[in-house]
Unconditional design. Structure first.
Length: 149
């Protein structure tokens, strides 16, 4: 299993950050590796929401099936990956400076199938490839939130 965690501080309140993170379908606006999101049912918010995300990293393209497992508005969102890559992920929003700023942390624990390199792919992909991509994703999220009216 690969554990990856990335963090950024955003010059906006947790409520304002949540307003951008809460619409799952908008994650493609700030996640470079997410090409599209399709909900699997009518539900699009809160625990139990299921969706497919077409993910592309370099030459690898796959459909990641996910379910929201934690939903605490303004505080955290958790997800379980049930596709080819399995595991869990979590966003946490911690207030800074009396709630005027937010520390946004993204943590993932992922297991790769053998044809994506298995444990070797986890050791290389997590600490190097994913961390670099997700750090860029958080930079895009920060810019998107800080530019919001």
């Amino acid at each position: 299993m690969s554990l990856v965690s990335v963090v950024t501080d955003i010059d906006a309140s947790p409520r304002d950050v949540w307003a951008v993170v809460e619409p799952i379908e908008r994650h493609v606006d700030w996640m470079a590796d997410a090409e599209s999101i399709r909900f699997l049912g009518e539900q699009t918010r809160d625990t139990g929401t299921r969706f497919e995300c077409v993910t592309k990293i370099g030459p690898i393209r796959l459909t990641d099936t996910m379910e929201i497992t934690e939903w605490k508005p303004g505080r955290s969102m958790g997800v379980r990956h049930d596709g080819l890559v399995t595991g869990t992920g979590r966003f946490t929003l911690d207030p800074l400076d009396g709630g005027r700023r937010t520390r946004f942390t993204w943590t993932e624990e992922l297991t790769f199938p053998w044809y994506f390199g298995g444990r070797l792919g986890e050791r290389i992909g997590g600490p190097t490839v994913f961390k670099r991509i997700w750090t860029g994703n958080l930079s895009r999220l920060r810019r998107l939130v800080e530019r919001a009216p």
